[in-house]
Design a protein around this ligand. Structure first.
Ligand SMILES: Nc1nc2c(ncn2[C@@H]2O[C@H](COP(=O)(O)OP(=O)(O)OP(=O)(O)O)[C@@H](O)[C@H]2O)c(=O)[nH]1
Ligand SMILES: [Mg+2]
Length: 418
């Protein structure tokens, strides 16, 4: 069913880091002791994890936002905040994740358990205890937590049928799929109503779903191209489980066992392997026949009625079981997981006449302090920027004395030390 592509948008946001704390030991009734503000915890991460119990992207349609927990703020007495809970989002095997806006492909999760870090959590801020140094005996500032990473993803999945409904024309295949899934195919009381396969997602419960394909009716000689024939057997070939549907009240009077024989013959002559495929055989339109009729027709298999609902739940349960078993047969295929290099360090951008902006995770963190106005904090910022090589970079970028340098919301005048 490769032409069926499921698609959705997903917004992921890692948890924000907790803030570092400013606190001092109390060593006497008056004296202020050393700093003991604890660090904030890191924010939780968001992972996409391939899970074979998920068959479609349906779950994201109504809930396109996922957020991980934030880190807890640090506290006094060197108490660090707890890290935020990470979130694992189960996606179907074969899911491709790309950037919604640029189209850049990040990951293809092709095997059970493949994982991709979709949004990193923000780092927790350091408490003032971490800023103690020989020249800074009583640091009165602490770092704020970083924001968690956020991005809009596009998820795409080529839907593969788990179960193919196979039967003569008019046996009620489309009716069944319309009852067990949200698919709404055309239904009518004549053969060859369905001309193209229909796919429907069957949700058994929150953890289990599978995809059913309603295939156009097969007739004797289909494997040689009669009727709609061949082209649809190709689709049957990709399904993990076959469900043979047998009309118990056939218009053309072909008895149930004869239908089953013809179907198996067609499947086998198209592709012998199809006979090895796990299969369910079920009689349809049970509401139209009496027990006596079944005996006369020598039908002893399961029966179902899409009209009254008789046997439908059992049938879905059987499908789920066989699909579950088939999914355990792990087929390994290559996954592509792109590890994006983290933007770190600092980059200088000229943003106007005599104005520059510094961007990058590390440089932005330098000014993310709870209070940047104290001489102490300014001294620290100066020291850190120096360490990151910022003055050299600015010089190289052509900044001259008096130019304005921006980092986030923070700005200062450039003063080269010569
Ligand atoms: N009484 C009864 N009629 C049914 C039942 N299921 C389907 N029908 C009827 O059977 C006719 C054919 O149903 P479809 O679902 O279109 O059959 P199909 O197998 O998809 O047919 P094609 O697409 O032509 O291969 C319609 O008139 C349905 O209303 C059933 O359980 N009981
Ligand atoms: Mg149909």
């Amino acid at each position: 069913m490769s032409q069926f592509v499921d698609e959705c948008q997903l917004n992921v946001k890692g948890g924000d880091g907790g803030a570092g704390c400013i606190s001092f030991r109390r060593e006497g009734p008056e004296a202020m002791g050393g700093p003991n503000g604890g660090d904030g915890g890191n924010g939780g991460e968001i992972w996409l994890v391939a899970d074979h119990n998920v068959a479609s992207l349906l779950a994201f349609r109504d809930h396109p936002h996922r957020k991980a927990e934030r880190g807890v703020h640090g506290k006094g007495k060197d108490q660090h905040g707890r890290r935020g809970e990470s979130l694992e989002i189960a996606v179907p095997i074969g899911t491709k994740a790309s950037d919604l806006y640029t189209g850049e492909v990040y990951a293809e999760l092709n095997n059970q358990g493949d994982r991709w870090l979709a949004a990193a959590g923000g780092r927790g801020g350091r408490g003032n205890a971490k800023f103690l140094s020989n020249s800074r005996r009583a640091p009165s500032f602490a770092e704020q937590g970083e924001h968690g990473e956020e991005r809009w993803l596009k998820l795409e999945l080529r839907l593969m049928a788990d179960v193919a409904l196979v039967g003569f024309p008019n046996v009620g295949k489309s009716t069944l799929i319309s009852v067990i899934s949200a698919a709404k195919p055309k239904i009518a009381n004549y053969p060859f109503t369905t001309l193209e396969p229909n796919l429907g997602v069957v949700r058994v419960d929150d953890e289990t779903e599978f995809v059913v394909a309603d295939i156009p009716g097969l007739i004797e000689g289909a494997s040689e191209g009669r009727g709609l024939g061949h082209q649809f057997l190709r689709h049957v070939e990709r399904a993990r489980v076959l469900c043979l549907m047998i009309d118990l009240a056939p218009m053309d009077g072909v008895w149930p066992n004869e239908q089953e024989r013809v179907l198996l013959e067609e499947l086998g002559s198209y592709q012998p392997d199809l006979l090895e495929r796990p299969r369910i055989v079920v009689g349809t339109k049970a509401d139209m026949v009496q027990d006596g009729d079944l005996e006369v027709m020598e039908w002893s298999g399961d029966v179902v009625s899409s009209i009254t609902g008789h046997g439908v739940k059992d049938l879905v349960g059987k499908m789920a079981q066989l699909v579950h078993d088939a999914r355990q047969q792990v087929v390994h295929s290559d996954g592509l997981i792109v590890i994006r290099p983290e933007a770190s360090g600092a980059i200088v951008e000229r943003v106007g006449d005599g104005e520059f902006r510094l961007v990058g995770r590390d440089v932005e963190r330098v000014v993310a302090l709870n209070d940047v106005t104290t001489p102490e904090a300014l001294g620290y910022i100066d020291y850190r920027l120096e360490k990151l090589g910022v003055p050299k970079m600015l010089n190289k970028a052509g900044a001259v004395e008096g130019d304005v340098i921006w980092i986030g919301e923070f700005s200062f005048d450039y003063m080269p030390d010569t």
